[in-house]
Design a protein around this ligand. Structure first.
Ligand code: TF8
Length: 337
């Protein structure tokens, strides 16, 4: 008996030993994760949310279900941020610009003409500078998982092509809810009107505002070409998106669950940037076909705009942003060496 028993026991022990780490690795509970975003499902943002959801499902054996809610159906960016902080919603992606109500230093990304190209943006956002800024969020009730690309912003309006800053004179321009944008466009002579993105299409359609500024992808996916005539390529700001989670909720997840979400976020980042950049290349042609009048703004005029926007920099620095601005300029300086 004894001799027969031993190998069987050994077998059981081996099976147990093999099963143990697997059981540990599978510390995943079935969960529904409400993931809100502001753009349409058929947009670069919507496509990347879908990819993120698929990636999370794959990595969790289908237990973690990310449910995307597009077109601000869970609220605009500011409302969703508050829902995350309060623990009423799990995740979202939105503009870093609207995070200034939570962490003022995020306004640094909105200062005009900082990043020269996408590569600089990727390096700074994914590097120590961008990660340090994301690291401020947990103290405010949010966990920042990764940056996505919104993109370089351009101006559209119904009045006239913008060829130099003087052309902004008297234009009612919708801007994000962020003081840097208000200061910048007011310094150009526009009448800057802060408004949630969710209300923008209607505001343009009813002519409550004359224009707005966003990357070409958004001008396409939000159908602004239906209500806007001129598109002026100014690339005045490189705008990041940031994917965030409710800290209240996040702290209740297992390490394995957190890792799955974090890893999937990084995978989605690569997809989103590639997809957005490919779409941006096609968007200009699409928007021309829709009847928009598109003009490029000369480098000399962009430089005049940058000089004119200096008060926005000074005010940002004076209002407690001097250090973060110096850090960002330092990171850019390192890159350009
Ligand atoms: C804006 C932003 C928007 C984002 C989006 C709704 O103009 O560029 O694209 O906030 O997440 O408000």
């Amino acid at each position: 008996m004894k001799t027969l028993f031993k190998p069987l026991l050994a077998c059981l022990i081996t099976a147990g030993a093999l099963a143990a780490p697997q059981a540990l690795a599978a510390d995943i509970k079935p969960r529904i994760i409400r993931f809100g975003y502001g753009l349409a499902e058929d947009s670069n943002q919507g496509r990347a949310v879908k990819l993120f959801a698929d990636e999370v499902a794959k990595r969790s054996g289908g237990k973690l279900k990310v449910k995307g809610f597009g077109s601000a159906s869970l609220g605009n960016d500011v409302q969703m941020q508050n829902a995350l902080i309060g623990g009423a919603q799990e995740m979202m992606v939105g503009s870093t610009a609207t995070l200034v109500g939570v962490e003022k230093d995020f306004g640094v990304y909105d200062l005009p003409f900082l990043f020269a190209n996408e590569k600089e943006a990727d390096t700074v956002l994914d590097g120590p500078f961008g990660q340090k800024l994301i690291g401020r969020l947990p103290a405010k009730g949010l966990v920042g998982l990764t940056y996505w690309e919104n993109g370089f912003r351009n101006v559209t309006n119904t009045k006239r092509p913008i060829t130099r800053f003087e052309d902004f004179q008297g234009i009612k321009l919708r801007v994000m809810q962020n003081p840097v944008y208000i200061d910048m466009f007011n310094s150009f002579g526009a009448n800057a009107v802060p408004l949630a993105f969710a209300e923008l299409f209607t505001a343009l359609e009813t002519r409550a505002v004359d224009g707005q500024e966003n990357p070409v992808n958004t001008i396409q996916s939000s159908k602004f070409y239906e209500v806007q005539k001129y598109l002026s390529v100014t690339k005045h700001v490189y705008s990041p998106w940031v994917m965030t989670a409710s800290k209240k909720w996040w702290d209740g997840l297992s390490r394995d669950e957190q890792k799955i979400l974090q890893d999937a976020a990084v995978v989605s980042r690569a997809f989103e940037r590639k997809d957005s950049r490919a779409e941006a290349m096609r968007s200009v042609k699409f928007l021309t076909q829709q009847g928009m009048k598109i003009n490029m703004v000369s480098d000399a005029e962009l430089k005049r705009m940058r000089d004119k926007a200096k008060p926005a920099f000074d005010k940002f620095a004076a209002n407690g942003g001097a250090e973060v601005l110096k850090d960002l300029q330092g990171a850019l300086g390192q890159l350009r060496k």
